[in-house]
Design a protein around this ligand. Structure first.
Ligand SMILES: Cc1cc2nc3c(=O)[nH]c(=O)nc-3n(C[C@H](O)[C@H](O)[C@H](O)COP(=O)(O)OP(=O)(O)OC[C@H]3O[C@@H](n4cnc5c(N)ncnc54)[C@H](O)[C@@H]3O)c2cc1C
Length: 428
């Protein structure tokens, strides 16, 4: 790889790839280099890989209108070639939901599963190299001297004309420090906080009609990232300020080729929280909640059966065997306990109310055996004050993807990359 390029893209998730594909399609003569600190893109492309092709799913509405997103969703689909999943009888659930003041979105969605997603990511990576980009894995962007247009990685210095930083959600702390160092102004972003639920598929049969049903409840609560078939709850490790680690929960499923699993479904119930005056940091708040869960769970996230929660008592190891509690949670390392000791009351109240509404739309999901895992936390970097519509945050520096808050899903991340590429092409 040259140490002097037209465009350097840091991060080969969908946002970074969207930018590289678009740049090279328009200007094959450009020298484009992509680096990634991991061996393969680490985000949703390789974790369950459900792709949504309907606005506004994944598109933060402060940056996107339906008109802006529509053509880019089409362009994104031409690269990701999704097989849209069939849905059945969605109108039945949608009507029930509407009567309760809940909205059910009709979403065009595909699902590759974690294994299928890894195959797609490898294939996309190979294609960008065939198009002429140089890809360097296990290389991390550590600093930027924006005035000189020099990017410092853990291996070398790279001179660029345009830099795209797309480090994803896990890279939000890096992006934050980069904005501080370069002097990019920002405002505090929202955080999404909630529970991951795990239930028997028979108790949440809507997934047989629609793989990832999206319900929008009052109080900014929504269902998110539903996994069924060979599905598992997983935990992701985060390093907070002062180096203290905490876990956030997530879920994924393998493709049907990898077997049918234990007949369980998992999905998140998330509430969006935006803190306002007095100036407070939503991220710091969310991290403290993550750490509080670690304290309550003896270093692990918490889990509680709905049956115990309803009776106002903590779950214990005994709650995870026998009679009504008749399935084993897929994430066994969590600590049985009392989520209400670790969740702020307002968040718990909104989510529990939404769970009861959901149980009226899909009766059964609040079966006593259903497991509530806490915490599932989605952090985004503080929102940069962009200087133009293509997500340029400082002269020559574009910040995109989930880390920068321009997307909350694979397709919107890719679309952000296309938007940045157009800005870069105009600037070059
Ligand atoms: C477990 C999990 C499951 C998910 N499932 C889905 C799903 O099914 N459907 C969906 O639409 N969305 C899903 N998402 C969200 C989805 O991952 C993101 O919306 C999307 O991947 C964002 O794309 P991105 O390019 O911004 O970031 P990412 O995909 O996270 O990619 C960022 C890349 O940057 C690299 N990187 C980070 N820091 C640096 C650095 N300093 N230097 C160089 N490289 C760096 C990382 O290694 C990573 O490969 C999931 C997310 C997670 C974490």
């Amino acid at each position: 790889m040259n140490d002097c390029v037209d465009v350097l893209v840091a991060g080969t998730g969908p946002a970074g790839l969207g930018a590289v594909f678009s740049l090279l399609a328009a200007r094959p003569d450009l020298s484009v280099a992509a680096i990634d600190s991991a061996g393969i893109s680490t985000g949703g492309l390789c974790n369950d890989c459900k792709m949504n092709f309907t606005f506004p799913v994944g598109f933060p509405e402060e940056y996107w209108t339906a008109e802006q997103a529509a053509p880019l969703i089409g362009e994104t689909a031409s690269h990701l070639v999704p097989e849209i999943l069939p849905t059945r009888d969605v109108h039945v659930y949608a009507r029930r939901a509407e009567r309760l003041g809940v909205r059910m979105l009709e979403v065009r969605q595909s699902h590759l599963g974690t294994d299928g997603g890894v195959r797609l990511a490898r294939q996309l990576q190979k294609t960008v190299e065939e198009l002429g980009a140089s890809v360097s894995l296990h290389e991390t962007l550590v600093d930027v001297r924006a005035g000189e247009r020099v990017a410092v990685t853990d291996r070398r210095e790279i001179t660029y004309r345009a830099l795209v930083a797309a480090p994803g959600r896990r890279g939000f702390a890096f992006l934050q420090s980069l904005m501080d160092r370069i002097g990019i102004p920002y405002v505090d972003n929202v955080v999404d906080l909630g529970l991951r639920l795990e239930a028997r598929e028979a108790n949440y049969p809507v997934v047989r009609d629609c793989y990832d049903p999206k319900f929008l409840f009052p109080d900014k609560v929504r269902t998110f990232c539903t996994n069924s078939g060979n599905a598992h709850v997983v935990k992701e490790k985060y390093a907070g300020r002062e180096g203290r680690q905490w876990f956030s929960l997530n879920g994924h499923a393998f493709s049907p080729e990898r077997g049918s699993g234990a007949g369980l479904v998992n999905f998140a119930m998330l509430k969006t929280v935006r803190l306002t005056a007095p100036l407070a940091s939503g991220q710091e708040y969310a991290e403290m909640l993550g750490q509080l869960a670690m304290v309550m769970g003896g270093g692990q996230p918490l889990m509680q059966r709905v049956g115990d929660f309803r009776l106002g008592k903590r779950s214990r190891a005994e709650s995870f065997t026998g009679d009504l509690y008749d399935f084993e949670p897929t994430l066994k390392s969590c600590t049985p306990g009392d989520v209400s000791l670790a969740m702020p009351a307002k968040i718990l109240r909104s989510i529990w109310k939404s769970m009861k509404l959901l149980d009226t739309i899909v009766p059964g999901v609040l079966h006593p055996s259903t497991v509530m895992y806490w915490p599932e936390i989605k952090l985004y970097a503080n929102r940069p004050r962009f200087i133009d519509d293509s997500f340029q945050a400082a002269p020559g520096v574009w910040l995109i993807g989930d880390g920068a808050g321009t997307s909350r899903g694979i397709t919107a991340a890719w679309a952000s990359g296309i938007r940045a590429a157009r800005g870069i092409l105009a600037a070059l």
